[in-house]
Design a protein around this ligand. Sequence first.
Ligand code: FE2
Length: 907
Amino acid sequence: MLSQSAIHRSPPLFSARITPSPTPNPAQWHLATNRRAMVRTVVAKKAGAVKSTAVKPSPPAENKETGKEGIEVRVVLTVKNKIKKRLLDKIEDSWEYFVNGIGKGITVQLVSEEIDPDTKVGKRSLVEPVRGWLPKPSDHPYIVDYAANLTVPSDFGRPGAIIITNLLQNEFFIMEIVVHGFSDGPTFFPANSWIHSRKDNASSRILFTNKAYLPSQTPDGLKDLRQYEMASHRGNGKGERKKHDRIYDYAPYNDLGNPDKSDELARPVLGGLEMPYPRRCRTGRRSAKSDPSSESRIEKPHPVYVPRDETFEEIKENAFSTGRLKALLHNLVPALAAALSRRDSQFECFSDIDRLYKDGLIVKAEEESFVDRLIISSVLKNFMTMGDKLLKYDIPSIISRDRFSWLRDNEFARQTLAGVNPVDIQRLREFPICSKLDPTIYGPQESAITKEILEHELNGMSLEEAMKTNRLFIIDYHDILLPYIKRINSLKGRKIYASRTIFLSTRNGILRPIAIEHSLPPSPSNPSRKRVYTHGHDATTNWIWKLAKAHVCTNDAGVHQLVNHWLRTHACMEPYIIAAQRQLSSMHPIFKLLHPHMRYTMEINALARQSLINGGGIIESCFSPGKYSMELSSAAYKSMWRFDMEALPADLIRRGMAVEDPSMPCGVRLVLEDYPYAADSLLIWSAIEDWVRGYVNHFYHDSSSVSCDKEIQAWWDEIKNKGHADKKNEPWWPNLNTKEDLTQIVTTMIWTASGQHAAINFGQYPFGGYMPNRPTLMKKLIPQEDEPEYEKFLLNPQQTFLSSIPSQLQATQVMAVQDTLSTHSPDEEYIGQLAASHANWISDHHVKNLFEKFSARLEEIEETINKRNKDFHLKNRTGAGVPPYELLLPSSGPGVTGRGIPNSISI
Ligand SMILES: [Fe+2]
């Protein structure tokens, strides 16, 4: 890592006194006072919008001290203060305004793109103090401008970087710096970054202009600073990270358990040969006392470390997702437990569930303020008496349109194509169906689903013909779950099977479930415990079939949450982000392209490790796998995760849901035309791919420019060898030698962060908010004729069903979490849209044109999807009571809308 002196080793341009000093010297103040800075408060039209003051280029001015001709420039810093403040903050701010007003708070120094022949680094301007005034009343009084005036010599060249030093006691958040006065117009330095106080870290900060440069194109004057920036992000891998740090490093998932609290909360380390896993951000906390391999816990309300610029809560709207989720996990969930734990019971009848939407629940809040933070969440509706809150749930869309749809087979099947987990269904390509598990441990490999059973449901068609004509499909959770069944079923209140479900594509274009196999591990007396269920035609078999489907939904809910949602989007993105921050400069074009898709993810993941996926957290409490949840996630990573298969077309081909067809836009043709997730996904994938390809082709002229790009090669190496270290020797990692290699890799990442996450995240409440439709756990196995429970079942099958699904407490907790996870905040940043605060992200006009085309294409896609949703031939998205498939509509308003593709994983 370069030392602080590397930044400041350049001698002054005008006189020796420019050498940075802890506080600006009196001569500098004098210079600044003579050229009184013009400061204005920005009145933004909408949150975050920043309007720059237009300034004409200055005529050459004479420097009073050297007598040389120079250019007078003005450096305007736009700073965003905390929106909500305590009194102490206000007093501190008033003091800092005063300190800035006299020029003793912040200093800036311009660095030229041109090299100084004497110092061999970029030419430096004077170090100049900036000055600030109290903001004028406006819609956004927390946005304030500060300015510094300085003179640079006529041969200074174009400014390429600013060195900024914060002499104040506290950090501040800088949105952007604009330098006025150069002949080619204002120069923008996008920031959206916290500037630490020098009392916390003696190093100054560097901000680059919005020009994108490949490493080989770096202007000579910026080369050392480019290296310095990346080295400072890498850190030295030692010590505990502090709140103000901006260091990105790797660690295994060894912070989920809390062995110091109890043996029951000990959890294995994920990340390593035994239990492979992607890496998370290193925090450097001390080891647990009782287990040196585990990191000690940090409990709420203290936050888990993430690099400073990954935290946004104080500067975003109050309803921003992490704040809302924190309020939920830290306040509402305990309040629910307090309200219901004494009388935690099963739902007695379906009306008990309906009452959650109609009458609500009264809970006591520990903090009054937490209601404010759940402001747009649909769950909290009304105040009752002081301290009591009425918790009233919205009716999920799956129920609001058709109260009984969840009972129907065709709806059960439709949700495998257009629900919240549409990524596990496969075409049945081999028969008999066989397990890959060790038969000496798990029993016979062959499924109990026979040709006879299936042909009984095929209306005269042979099995071979049905397979040949692509009519049979399967969701197979056998191999991923069977190794855990014995352990899960020994947990209190958990009983699951490993399921296989076969679907038939009917002549009228919908799927129908025709057979369900539920397996338990073999016992000494019974080497094969597999049972196959089919749709019954009498009352008893009909209820048994309902229970069999509910067990499938429970398998599906667990795999969706732990594998497809958490592992494949949240957890797998984190190493890409860490590697980008460590190995790509912020001026690298690919960093600029990826940056909108990396925001907020590390913070939401840290919060999840603290309160969602941790030992004893919500996921363990409310989903079938319980304390084995994250082990199961690791097993899925080990057995099925491949980077190359995270590309949408490859995933569809792997599952047999599409076949290669070079004549189609993405090179694939869907086997089922009416597969809403896949049909809409391919539109979004294609738009992202074209945008990325155009962008890559603009910056890289040939393949050698990719293979010779040291930063991009180091980034990719680090993703493979550090971020996904347990997979580093896999042969399937794509090469990164050509422009097309880079296009496919980056498209896969952007797709994962945007469309893929949206498709499997924002439907959680719309589909899961009615527990019978998608129970997250089951407490009882299906009653068998020789069991005492069977008699009770015959007398009251509804009671058997309701006593099998989650309790009232579990249901209300998971509904509240799903509601929050499905909510868009008011300032959500959607794909194809450019947030006002990032308007000047790049200076390149060609790139801006490409982005406009990308945005226009997404608008067209929205129209196409809306048309599809009105096409009555597409029965999986239209029909009586059928909700349209909107999860891949790019835009959305705030709240639980069941639509909208945010740029990044932020919830
Ligand atoms: Fe998510």
